[in-house]
Design a protein around this ligand. Structure first.
Ligand code: ADP
Ligand code: ADP
Length: 228
């Protein structure tokens, strides 16, 4: 059961080839980790997945539907994929709870009460119930990232995309974010994760994809990649 399929995805920035023809499948319930050196195209591929970035050529299919070349037309597909960024990107003038409630209210049209109930459950899930009224500035990086994960989950996505979710964190808060991601994986969420956390990739990934120079150079089960 393939959820995301990339077919010969290419991306150029002027003369520079960021993606040189990527073919890949992500199956339902899988955790796929994208690893490889900086600048090898991992983040570009992730951003092509939900139409945040436009491809130069190729196709991405989500549940069998091709993404449009017109970014505005991918709004519905984008809603079905949650995304978590390196730098959290929470709204600074909203509390933790407010950040999580916003999408359900403005995009899904939930009542404030329903959105609050959903947000409170998600804050509990990421272990931050007691921080509901904190603003992002009064949360640690790891706590902000857990709120960002809860905010993405509030839209009830089918797939979660993570773009180096722990790269901007202090070492002591990385583990709490990886634990939340691990639990999400155990719940059966389909996840595509760009990461430099090799222990996470080894323990949690179902499939590891190694990038170099805009191409996939190797892929397989973690033990095939790491124990070779
Ligand atoms: P990775 O995630 O593997 O570190 P990226 O996908 O972020 O790699 O970047 C791939 C390459 O594309 C990098 O060399 C980067 O500098 C380049 N790149 C990314 N975005 C742009 C852009 N908007 N304009 C020009 N070059 C870009
Ligand atoms: P199954 O669930 O069918 O038993 P496994 O997870 O055991 O599949 O994987 C079998 C083989 O298929 C492994 O070599 C694995 O790396 C590969 N594989 C798993 N997921 C993917 C994928 N999304 N794309 C390509 N190959 C994959």
């Amino acid at each position: 059961d393939v959820v995301i399929e990339y077919r010969d995805v290419r991306k150029q920035y002027g003369e520079f080839v960021a993606l040189a023809g990527v073919n890949l499948e992500v199956r339902r319930g899988q955790v796929v980790c994208l690893i490889g050196p900086s600048g090898s195209g991992k983040s570009t591929l992730l951003r092509c997945t939900n139409g945040l970035e436009t491809m130069s050529s190729g196709e991405v299919y989500f549940d069998g539907m091709p993404l449009s070349k017109d970014p505005r037309k991918n709004r519905l597909i984008r809603q079905r994929m949650g995304m978590v960024f390196q730098n959290f990107e929470l709204f600074p003038h909203k509390t933790a709870l407010g950040n999580i409630m916003m999408g359900p209210m403005t995009v899904l049209g939930l009542s404030e009460e329903k959105a609050r109930t959903r947000a409170e459950a998600l804050l509990a899930k990421v272990g931050l119930s007691e921080k509901a009224s904190n603003y992002p500035a009064n949360l640690s990086g790891g706590q902000q990232q857990r709120v960002a994960i809860a905010r993405a989950l509030a839209m009830e996505p089918e797939v979660m995309l993570f773009d180096e979710p722990t790269s901007a964190l202090d070492p002591e808060t990385i583990g709490e974010v990886l634990n939340v991601m691990k639990r999400l994986a155990d719940d059966g969420m389909t996840m595509v994760v760009v990461t430099h956390e090799m222990t996470f990739a080894r323990r949690v990934a179902d499939h590891v994809v190694v990038f170099a120079n805009g191409q996939i150079v190797e892929q397989g089960r973690p033990e095939q990649i790491f124990d070779a």
